[in-house]
Design a protein around this ligand. Structure first.
Ligand code: TYM
Length: 327
């Protein structure tokens, strides 16, 4: 029996190379070895204000981009979160087993609340319970995510362990799978903050659908420093971030990269990084444009994904319900 991988991505905003390198690229790599389930988490997206029409469009955009990145329906089940009702249903049961204090410690809620002071809603606070439900419903072994999701994974493990102890065996305890490199791609304009879809700063992020010109310009303007050597030094945050991006897009070793740039300046480094990003993203963009409007194809992939995973979710939910005495 293959171990099971589950992960999710929000359909809001444009997908960045941070999402790609920290998550999606690894999903593609893992999908043949594991029983893989990937979810476009649109119910999570409504914790911040969304235009309903745009949300629907962006959900399909995300499905198409995941497929274009290499998620293969032959190996992975891909579905939309809101299509399976047991996600919010189980999160209610989990809610009743998460102490307020544990939820109050979540740093993402604090960050998001600070950025959105006019819409601090209960769903935003409760977001990690729905995420725990996503993962636990599928008896997941491994959850490949970027580093920013680590605390949510810890909460998921805690609630599962507590539930199993208090009510009886129900959930598998999932392990986070956080890659050594790429788990936290930083903003190009400010290498002390995580690259994020929601930033409005012009040169903060590279999006998967950026044109070659946009990519070149953003990399050209990326923050570096006044040193002359090009080496992987985590204390030199801007250059380190750029080198990690180069490493992940080229699959070259750190040694190889440092040798490549001996006696070279940042101009050459930036040119090579832009080239590496463009050559990876061009075929993804081509495929995206080809399939984005093949609505029947996208619907077929999603139906097939949902039909495969729904019984797993229903069986876990039924068990949890019975264990807490809800029937
Ligand atoms: P989301 O949509 O913000 O991001 C999707 C994935 O991309 C990773 N990521 C990054 N990795 C490296 N560097 C970055 N700058 C960067 N930015 C984002 C995220 O860590 C994530 O893996 N809560 C989740 C979605 C979710 C989920 C789940 C994930 C909902 N239910 C169940 C796993 C399992 C989120 O908002 O991801």
């Amino acid at each position: 029996m293959k171990q099971r991988v589950f992960s999710g991505i929000q359909p809001t905003g444009k997908i960045t190379i941070g999402n790609y390198l920290g998550a999606v690229k690894n999903w593609v790599y893992l999908q043949e070895k594991y029983d893989s389930i990937f979810c476009v988490v649109n119910s999570h997206a409504i914790t911040t204000k969304q235009d309903p029409y745009l949300l629907r469009e962006q959900t399909y955009d995300m499905v198409a981009i995941l497929l274009a990145c290499g998620i293969d329906p032959k190996h992975s089940s891909l579905f939309i979160q809101s299509e399976i009702d047991t996600h919010p249903a189980l999160s209610w049961i989990l809610n009743c087993n998460i102490p307020m204090g544990e939820m109050e410690r979540m740093t993402q809620f604090k960050d998001k609340a600070q950025k959105n002071p006019k819409n601090i809603n209960v769903g935003l606070f409760d977001y990690p319970a729905l995420m725990a439900s996503d993962i636990l419903l599928y008896q997941t072994d491994l959850v490949p995510v970027g580093e920013d999701q680590k605390q949510h994974l810890e909460l998921t493990r805690n609630v599962a362990q507590r539930f199993n102890r208090d009510f009886g065996e129900c959930f598998k305890i999932p392990e986070p799978l956080i890659a050594k490199s790429g788990a936290r791609i930083m903003g190009l304009d400010d290498p002390t903050s995580k690259m994020s879809k929601s930033s409005t700063a012009q040169n903060h992020a590279i999006f998967l659908l950026d044109t070659p010109k946009e990519i070149e310009q953003k990399i050209k303007k990326a923050t570096t420093d006044s040193h002359s050597s090009i080496v992987f030094d985590p204390d030199r945050k801007g250059v380190y971030n750029l080198l990690c991006i180069y490493e992940l897009f080229t699959q070259k070793s750190r040694e190889e990269i440092e040798t490549e740039f001996i006696d070279q300046g940042y101009g050459v480094l930036k040119k090579r990084i832009a080239e590496a990003i463009i050559s990876t993203l061009s075929p993804i963009q081509e495929e995206y444009l080809k399939i984005r409007h093949q609505i029947d194809y996208l619907a077929e992939v999603l139906n097939q994904g949902r039909e495969k995973v729904q019984p797993i979710a229903e069986s876990t939910y039924k068990k949890a319900k019975e264990l807490v005495g809800l029937i």
